[in-house]
Design a protein around this ligand. Sequence first.
Ligand code: FMN
Length: 180
Amino acid sequence: MKILEFGFSLRSGSFSRIVAEQCKESAPKGVVIEDYNIADIPPFNQDLEQDLPASVVRFKNAIRTSDALLVILPEYNYSVPGYLKNAIDFASRPYQDNVFAGKPVGVISESTGLLGGARAQYHLRQSFLYLGTKDMKKPEVFITFAGEKIKNGKIVDEATKEYISMYISALVEFTMNANK
Ligand SMILES: Cc1cc2nc3c(=O)[nH]c(=O)nc-3n(C[C@H](O)[C@H](O)[C@H](O)COP(=O)(O)O)c2cc1C
């Protein structure tokens, strides 16, 4: 099974990126969790959707050839970070070639605040509703106060690590059932 993870922020030392690393470490035997860096996706322009930029074609192929997606995102201004929404918008086009349709999806949000990116996570899930993904609705993960749980490039909070591990197992099972 291959799970494609993306959505973490582009800054060095990104907490969401460290969460992505932890997810990879939590992958059970026989499951590969692979990072996808969406930094090379240009701003969406509908004029380009019949002849997509190479970076978008690559991203769409990576989605297509994965059994599930795992989106790991921070919250920006009470919503989904622009770079991530942009990449999803591009990969969803043209309309008749929406690679998200029917894809099993897990979502993990984090923020340095009290709500762990909940507003961003639910905005993202709203877009997935339109795109027709198969979302794993529960369990949910909101990593709150990320600055206290992540230090020197590692998650130092054991309960968070255990919860991530449980979440990955649940996503693997969900994916097996969803792709039957
Ligand atoms: C542009 C911007 C907007 C932000 N807006 C919010 C917000 O609305 N709610 C929140 O809880 N945190 C907000 N934050 C804090 C981020 O969620 C937090 O710094 C997070 O850890 C960033 O992810 P990263 O460490 O992977 O870069 C914001 C940060 C930035 C840079």
